[in-house]
Design a protein around this ligand. Structure first.
Ligand code: GRG
Length: 309
């Protein structure tokens, strides 16, 4: 599903930029580069880098600028690299044990388990290298900190731990059971990376000397991103129940088979759909003062809820 046809050029630039970061470098084994390129350049929706680009453009536009202060593409690629690392590791036998991702064999199926672990490690590490080497000192430092907080133990990795506990795959800790548990889990596992994409967009969109004017917008983007992430996850759960494997490029129906705690499992399909629209509407409302500058972000949110892949 292309997130929106209006963003075709953005998507082409994101693909070219990812391709440009994943090149031969002295000392890097060819097999590792091949696996990193295989997983990263496979047909993903590129939602997270697109959010960085759109948020940067929105912030610049609201400040009356024609373009964002700094190029948002490296930040977008950094978030996508973290996302791909998480998919590669999540597909491993110790976690979700999947053999299909983005319409092709998963990384460990193609290159073996050890190489898949190292591919994820290399992508995660390179994401911070991309930020540190692409931006001036202050912005680079802030971007690295934001991404580390969102991806690490109190963010995406923490959410994944709670998710695995729900499947009884961890040795300790009570499994999550309630709607509050489920939302805590997904705000971290899925939501934090989506939220931080918008935050990185803010960091590169506003020039340092105009940040004061844009300070309050950070929280609005956070609210939008966090709610978008949750609504995105509910949609993902619904697609696992109702979706089509060929379109999705991954196995469907696996959540119920594994006894996973999911929105449709907890609330039923209709109530899950209503919850996704309610949360998405709340996220959109956070951008109520953005006027035309928030239009692209709101449109992307709508497309993501209506997606079928
Ligand atoms: C292994 C540390 C670690 C974390 C794993 C992201 C994740 C956490 C697991 C992937 C499994 C999953 C279903 C996560 C929910 C988030 C989600 C819907 C990911 C898929 O993202 P898309 O739809 O995928 O943006 P593409 O392939 O389009 O990029």
């Amino acid at each position: 599903m292309p997130p929106t046809t209006a963003n075709t050029i953005d998507l082409q630039e994101i693909e070219a930029s990812l391709d440009g970061f994943l090149v031969r470098r002295r000392g890097m084994p060819d097999g590792l580069l091949e696996a990193m390129r295989y997983s990263t350049l496979a047909p993903g929706k590129r939602i997270r880098p697109l959010l960085v680009v759109l948020a940067a453009r929105a912030v610049a536009g609201r400040l009356g600028l024609k373009t964002s202060a700094l190029n948002p593409l490296p930040a977008g690629c950094a978030v996508e690299m973290v996302h791909v690392y998480s998919l590669v590791h999540d597909d491993l036998p110790a976690m979700d044990d999947d053999d299909l991702r983005r319409g092709q064999p998963t990384c460990h199926r193609k290159f073996g388990e050890a190489m898949a672990i190292l591919t994820g490690d290399a992508l995660l590490t390179q994401s911070f290298e991309v930020l540190a080497s692409s931006y001036p000192g202050q912005v680079a430092g802030e971007a690295c900190l934001e991404l580390a907080l969102a991806a690490g133990g109190r963010g995406m990795v923490g959410g994944q731990v709670v998710d695995l506990a729900a499947e009884g795959k961890l040795l300790d800790g009570p499994p999550p059971k309630t709607l509050e548990d489920l939302e805590f889990l997904h705000r971290r596992k899925t939501g934090e990376l989506i939220r931080v994409a918008l935050r990185l967009g803010w960091l590169v969109g506003a020039p340092l000397d105009r940040r004061k004017e844009a300070a309050g917008w950070k929280e609005e983007l956070d609210q939008f991103g966090s709610d978008l992430g949750l609504a995105f996850q509910i949609t993902d759960d619904l697609l696992d129940v109702e979706g089509n494997q060929d379109k999705a490029g991954k196995r469907v129906g696996k959540d119920a088979a594994k006894g996973k705690l999911t929105y449709p499992g907890l609330l039923g399909v209709e109530a899950s759909r209503e919850r996704a629209s309610m949360i998405s509407a709340r996220g959109r409302a956070a951008l109520k003062d953005w006027g035309e500058h928030g239009a692209e972000l709101r449109q992307l949110a709508d497309k993501l809820l209506a997606r079928d892949t």
